[in-house]
Design a protein around this ligand. Structure first.
Ligand SMILES: N[C@@H](CCC(=O)N[C@@H](CS)C(=O)NCC(=O)O)C(=O)O
Length: 217
């Protein structure tokens, strides 16, 4: 059954890969699963019909028959567990790949989001100039540890996995900052993820919503 995901009708980044439907699109492309996209407005996202799919009134959601999921990490895990290509067959390697998914979402993304929220919404506050270096220091600490662990490896644990997919997407949130520059191996890691054909197809599909080339696929 073809799943249906939801995405922004009017994304703040104009479809340049930051809205979280991009993660789900990429996962679906990696496993070769066609999907449909339902675009939702900011108003519709907060209405009961969408909240029935997503209790917090956000995107992305994922519908597949009777199954409705929200949370990009959970959706990607579901896709990875039902298709080959995103999780290793070996049980321990699989558990480690899932651990990297959690790590990306629970350990690396939160300080990145704290910084992002300050940059977007707190610039005019009197304490902004003092707070920003503190927030950036927390991001840098995570990046330093991640960089040390990745070293010269291509991916975080053997072959590319859902853990890498989520981690690359989380690190991409720093693309408008200079924070990744201190860690060339992380920059190269993100670039490797972005170079994957499945990523390219997902990015093009998300961007097409805003360039008018297509509304859904
Ligand atoms: N933890 C959630 C976060 C979902 C989220 O923040 N979605 C954003 C788009 S990337 C959204 O819908 N923002 C609009 C809003 O919160 O009103 C996930 O990973 O799916």
């Amino acid at each position: 059954m073809k799943p249906v995901i939801t995405a922004f009708e009017a994304s703040p980044d104009r479809g340049r890969g930051l809205a979280r439907d991009m993660r789900v699109r990429w996962a679906l492309e990696e496993v070769g699963q066609p999907y449909d996209v339902q675009l939702v407005s900011f108003k519709a996202m907060k209405e009961p019909a969408h909240r029935a799919l997503h209790p917090f009134g956000q995107i992305p959601t994922y519908q597949e028959g009777d199954l409705v999921l929200f949370e990009s990490g959970s959706i990607i895990l579901h896709i990875a567990e039902h298709h080959a290509g995103l999780l290793p067959a070996d049980a321990n390697a699989r558990a480690r790949a899932i651990t990297w998914m959690f790590s990306a979402l629970n350990t690396v993304e939160p300080p990145i989001l704290d910084r992002e929220a300050a940059v977007l919404m707190e610039r005019d506050k009197p304490w902004y100039a003092e707070r920003l270096p503190i927030l950036e220091g927390r991001v840098d600490s995570r990046l330093g540890d991640l960089s040390n662990r990745l070293g010269s490896a291509e991916w975080l644990d053997g072959a590319f996995s859902a853990g890498d997919l989520v981690m690359v997407m989380v690190l991409r949130r720093l693309s408008s900052s200079t924070l990744l520059e201190r860690y060339p191996n992380l920059g190269a890691y993100v670039a490797r993820g972005e170079a994957r054909p499945a990523y390219q197809r997902a990015f093009a599909a998300q961007l097409a919503v805003f360039t008018g080339k297509s509304q859904a696929r």
